[in-house]
Write a protein that binds this ligand. Structure first.
Ligand code: XLS
Ligand code: NI
Ligand code: NI
Length: 434
């Protein structure tokens, strides 16, 4: 892989230089905060440092072996490349699965030893560069022993292996000062109910998450635990289907105080929701946490993990993030990879620039939408009947079915105002394209 590129600079929207930011101006203050602190961009190790273009029909189109056989040396070179790349892009955070950063051994003990060697190395790199770990996770779906799930496997020894991996992952997160630890379902779901004890599987998943929470807190981990919802793929049905499903799970098992959502755009659309819907659902349930920034292809039914370029979506995303009060422990992790045909080193840079600029522009437009005020004012006015009279009384919990039945008994000619959807969509367009 070539290393010949200089640090990417902000040049402004008139620039024709593809290796420059046109909207992302890290130090620029928007809505009281630097752009870089609003956006908290993170690099995903699995896509950027490891994924090499293999798909269901063909092999690698990129070489990410760094000229080394599978082992510690290769992973040190990967880390060197990763930190160099993040510095060139001005990305201050990264995310990984255990197996992304260190070679797997024959046993859990060997893998943990390798992870310790590499996390020493990563810690040193973090200290040299100031780059931080946004979150860590454990890959509990790749190896064949996880074919029936990890925490939801039908085999107790697999559950135990998964617990060991989570322990090592949390240890790594603490050592590297991560502000989050993620659980994405992986194969926690089912392919057919004919062979599945759903009740036991869900209880066991909660047991694993509870153990993780208890271990992490006992060891001083103060960051967020996240569930990353996804409705399907690789299993037919994933138990972390969407934000609402996860909120129900967390409430049932008393995990609401420690867990939040890591919301991925492509997973939202696979669940039949908009990205904004998932963000809003998390916000109104008080569990908004972090984001896996990417986009899917609406004509394809799988997780294509494309770099986000749709500014309508990034705007509405950042609108929700601003309304949620911004990121605290979370950030925008590019769970995205350049297309299989975009197979040069330059494409890695160009794809990150595309995603970062799309989110920077989305932030500017979301801020403009809020500053403009018409959208918020419209919604406020639409619900004005709950600010006075009977509406106020309902909201304050002062009414009953009987009192309302008496109130409504002789009401006539009730007027519901127009929803003005087309006007509002035009308003958004006006802000986006002005
Ligand atoms: C897969 C998920 C995965 C998680 C981390 O679809 O997005 O990459 O983000 O395990
Ligand atoms: Ni993801
Ligand atoms: Ni995904």
């Amino acid at each position: 892989m070539e290393y010949n590129q200089q640090k990417i600079q902000f040049e402004g929207k008139e620039s024709k230089n593809p290796f420059a930011f046109h909207y992302y101006d890290p130090e620029k203050v928007v809505a009281g905060r630097k752009m870089k602190d609003h956006l908290k961009f993170a690099m995903s190790y699995w896509h950027t440092i490891n994924a090499s273009g293999t798909d269901m029909f063909g092999g690698d189109t990129m070489d990410k072996t760094f000229g080394e056989p599978y082992g510690i040396e290769r992973f040190k070179k990967k880390a060197d490349f990763a930190f160099d790349l993040m510095q060139k892009l001005g990305i201050e955070y990264y995310c990984f699965h255990d197996v992304d950063v260190a070679p797997e051994g024959e046993t859990l003990a060997e893998s943990v030893k390798n992870l310790e060697i590499i996390t020493d190395y990563l810690l040193q790199k973090q200290q040299e560069t100031g780059i931080k770990l946004l979150w860590a996770t454990a890959n509990m779906f790749g190896d064949k022993k996880y074919m029936a799930g990890a925490g939801t496997s039908c085999v107790a020894d697999v559950f135990a292996m998964a617990a060991g991996k989570v322990k090592a992952g949390i240890d790594a997160a603490i050592k590297l000062g991560a502000s989050g630890y993620v659980f994405w379902g992986g194969r926690e779901g089912y392919d057919t109910l004919l062979n599945t004890n759903m009740g036991l599987e869900l209880d066991n998943l909660a047991r694993l998450l509870t153990m993780a929470r208890d271990y992490g807190r006992a060891k001083g981990f103060t960051g967020d635990f996240y569930i990353e919802p996804k409705p399907k793929e690789p299993t037919k049905h994933q138990y972390d289907f969407d934000v609402a499903t996860c909120a129900n799970f967390l409430r049932k098992y008393n995990l609401m105080d420690d867990f939040r959502m890591n919301i991925e755009a492509n997973h939202a659309t696979l669940a039949g929701h908009t990205f904004q819907h998932e963000l809003r659902t998390a916000r109104v349930n008080g569990i908004f946490g972090s984001i896996d920034a990417n986009q899917g292809d609406m004509l394809l039914g799988w997780d294509t993990d494309q770099f986000p370029t749709n500014v309508y979506d990034t705007t509405l995303c950042m609108y929700e993030v601003l309304k949620a009060g911004g990121f605290t422990n979370g950030g925008l992790n590019f769970d995205a990879k350049a297309r299989r045909q975009s197979n040069t080193y330059e494409d890695i840079l160009l794809s990150y620039i595309a995603g970062m600029d799309a989110f920077a522009l989305g932030l500017l437009k979301a801020d403009a939408l809020i500053a403009d005020g018409r959208l918020d004012a419209f919604v406020e006015e639409r619900y004005a009947s709950y600010k006075k009279g009977i509406g106020k009384s309902i909201v304050e919990g002062k009414e009953t079915l009987e009192s309302l039945a008496a109130y409504a008994a002789n009401l006539t000619n009730i007027q519901v105002p127009s929803g003005r959807q087309e006007y509002l969509e035009t308003l958004v367009n006006d802000i986006l394209f002005s």
